[in-house]
Design a protein around this ligand. Structure first.
Ligand code: ACO
Length: 194
């Protein structure tokens, strides 16, 4: 995804992590504060959200800068710094966040749980099936210190289900009554949240 401005000051690393204040997880000093970078960041998030919604045939974006600010979600953004004549391109993003969910176990018992959820995931059409999704997902797993089977996935698309099966061997879902999908092993050896 290309933009008319330089993405490299906004996303200083190959994978940057933004919190719900739209701040980078690692403090980067630009010299002096630049409000244009804030505006550009909002543009990028909104464009990424639109592209993801379009790819999933959704009527509205589930990732926007304003929704980021009102929910405590985190956004991992993967970029290529050299493309687009050195201005960089956004390859894709992954949004996660903790949610209180009622999750059915394999015996049909309901459990109220605070669980890390995958909420939105998108790799640019021209760059899919090149391992970028895996790179983003692995980075998130490592940073969050979580195993794939302990995640809840919000309405996964068919592509995402194939992705989870291929890379992480997740193929046996435990039936739920909400839109989230959890897999076998979800309830086993869950880490205690500090
Ligand atoms: N059809 C079927 N499976 C696919 C497809 C496709 N068109 N594209 C990717 N996959 C799966 C396959 O398992 C594939 O392996 P294969 O090529 O050997 O069959 C594997 O993903 C490839 O892995 P990566 O290259 O690491 O993944 P990629 O960079 O393509 O990213 C993603 C995966 C994010 C799902 C991407 O395909 C995408 O953006 N799809 C459109 C948007 C989308 O569906 N997002 C998920 C919405 S649901 C949610 O966010 C909770």
């Amino acid at each position: 995804m290309e933009f008319s401005f330089d993405l490299n000051p906004i996303f200083p690393e190959r994978i940057s992590l933004l919190d719900h204040h739209l701040r980078l997880s690692r403090k980067v000093t630009y010299g002096s504060y630049r409000s244009d970078l804030d505006e550009q960041l909002v543009t990028v998030i909104n464009r990424m959200g639109e592209a993801s919604a379009k790819a999933q045939l959704l009527s509205a974006s589930i990732t926007t800068a304003s929704r980021m600010r009102t929910n405590k979600h985190k956004l991992y953004v993967l970029r290529d710094s050299r493309a687009n004549h050195g201005r960089g391109v956004v390859i894709g993003f992954l949004k996660v966040g903790y949610k209180k969910l009622f999750v059915l176990d394999p015996h049909g018992r309901q459990n109220e749980m605070d669980t890390l959820c995958v909420l939105d995931f998108y790799v640019h059409e021209a760059l899919q099936r090149h391992g970028h999704g895996r790179e983003l997902f692995d980075h998130m797993l490592q940073y969050e210190g979580v195993e794939p089977r302990h995640l809840a996935i919000d309405r996964p698309s068919n592509k995402f289900l194939c992705f989870l099966r291929k890379h992480y061997g997740l193929d046996s879902a435990i039936p739920q009554v909400n839109n989230f999908v959890v897999f076998e092993g979800f309830f086993r050896q869950r880490p205690v949240r500090g």
